[in-house]
Design a protein around this ligand. Structure first.
Ligand SMILES: NC(=O)c1ccc[n+]([C@@H]2O[C@H](COP(=O)([O-])OP(=O)(O)OC[C@H]3O[C@@H](n4cnc5c(N)ncnc54)[C@H](O)[C@@H]3O)[C@@H](O)[C@H]2O)c1
Length: 381
């Protein structure tokens, strides 16, 4: 399976690492070949290709998607480009591995799904947290009925990378590239997991908040991971929210809350969720991603309490392919799990989740959140 990667910064690095590592640790039916990487700056993309072992490079993604020696297009660029690239790739008969959030709105998402189905190509949307072993274990525990009827989903995704008002206007802060702020970027992960772990959502009410409404223009445009020192001359308007709060009703009767912010000073990439049910409860914290806190309401009186399960046993999802129990894994491993499952799904012609169908639903819920915040009312999904 010959891969063509578009974008070579944060996600480009995470994906390159995953394509390389997957066949070393997972028993894959087919070995990914790092065929070509694409970026607009020739000098930089050439350097990246050499460093990461990509055979060739391109500077125009349209040429890349048409190349006959490529089977899979890996989309690791900002979300304003996902639609155009995915449609072109599907029409060229390429399978698609796409970063989240899927698209800029639900009509784009719907069309991406339709064109992929029409052209018979596989589509995977990289909500990679589903493939954190502890989260996959949470799913198993819920399916085994150990949580019982779920009452509550409580989720927070907190970062602090833009609390400095002199941090420049990166693409993530511009509506025409990012669509929205943490509602799109962070809550897309959270909504995907809520759908996966709890079930379908029927209605949404939300509020959004901007704390810093103008920022310095960045010296060089286009890339994320900027530092405050990258500020250039002049100021421009921030066109996305800094924080998003959302409440939802699930179709199965549970209720849920989502808190997503880039203004939680001290929190770098803290993603937590809590699930409370009739038989038990589960909590997770990405900063301790190998652990799950599990409470069994059926435990003997006097011995009840949350216990820490270290999700590194051989019979826990994914981790048996890595190291002996207790030898923990990290963020980058979730991408290796994703590409491994993707390669197997293509080879066995089986569906993989999350995909563009899931992504479409996630986008509809996020969109309902934006509408709810602007109209100040609960929105049926
Ligand atoms: N799964 C996750 O946890 C996760 C984490 C971070 C980002 N993301 C998503 O991944 C995507 C990329 O984010 P990132 O953090 O890697 O951004 P980034 O700014 O670090 O990298 C973006 C890349 O896209 C390239 N690019 C932009 N326009 C291009 C064009 N027209 N043609 C070719 N290349 C182009 C840039 O040069 C750069 O290489 C976004 O959709 C983001 O939401 C997902």
């Amino acid at each position: 399976m010959r891969i063509g990667l578009i974008g070579y910064k944060f996600m480009g690095r995470a994906h390159s690492n995953a394509w390389k590592k997957a066949p070393l640790f997972f028993n894959l039916p087919s070995t990914p070949v790092l065929k070509a990487v694409c970026g607009r700056n020739e000098e930089q993309v050439k350097k990246f290709a050499q460093q990461w072992g990509w055979e060739t490079y391109e500077t125009n993604w349209r040429i890349m998607v048409e190349r006959p020696d490529i089977d899979i297009i890996d989309i690791a660029v900002p979300q304003n480009l996902h639609y155009e690239i995915a449609i072109a790739a599907a029409k060229a008969g390429k399978h698609i591995f796409c970063e989240k959030p899927m698209a800029m709105d639900s009509s784009q998402a719907e069309e991406m799904l339709r064109v992929c189905e029409e052209n018979g190509v596989r589509h995977y949307l990289n909500h990679n947290y589903r493939r954190v072993p502890a989260i996959a274990l949470a799913k198993r525990i819920i399916e085994e009925g150990k949580v019982g009827q779920i009452y509550h989903w409580r989720c927070a995704y907190q970062q602090d990378w833009i609390t400095d008002p002199s941090f420049p206007l990166s693409w993530q802060l511009q509506k025409e590239v990012a669509k929205a702020g943490p509602q799109w970027d962070l809550n897309s992960h959270c909504v995907d997991l809520a759908l996966h772990l709890i079930g379908d959502i029927s209605s949404v009410s939300a509020m959004m908040k901007s704390f810093v409404t103008e920022r310095p223009i960045a010296q060089e445009s286009g890339s994320g991971n900027l530092k405050a020192e990258a500020s250039g001359q002049g100021m421009a308007k921030v066109t996305v929210e800094d924080a998003a709060l959302m409440h939802v009703r699930f179709k199965n009767g549970a209720i849920g809350s989502f808190e997503a912010t880039r203004f939680a000073n001290g929190r770098k990439n803290r993603f937590t969720f809590e699930i409370y049910g009739s038989q038990g409860s589960i909590t997770f914290d990405l900063e301790r991603m190998n652990e799950l806190q599990v409470y069994d309401h059926m435990d003997e009186s006097g011995y009840k309490g949350f216990k820490t399960v270290l999700a590194t046993e051989e019979n826990h999802p994914y981790v048996g392919n890595w190291w002996p129990a207790g030898h923990i894994i990290g963020y980058e491993h979730t991408f290796v799990h994703a590409v491994s499952d993707f390669v197997k799904a293509i080879h066995d012609q089986l569906p993989i989740e999350p995909n563009f169908e899931t992504g479409k639903t996630v986008i509809q819920i996020l969109e309902a959140g934006l509408q709810s915040a602007s109209e100040k009312r609960e929105i049926e999904v």
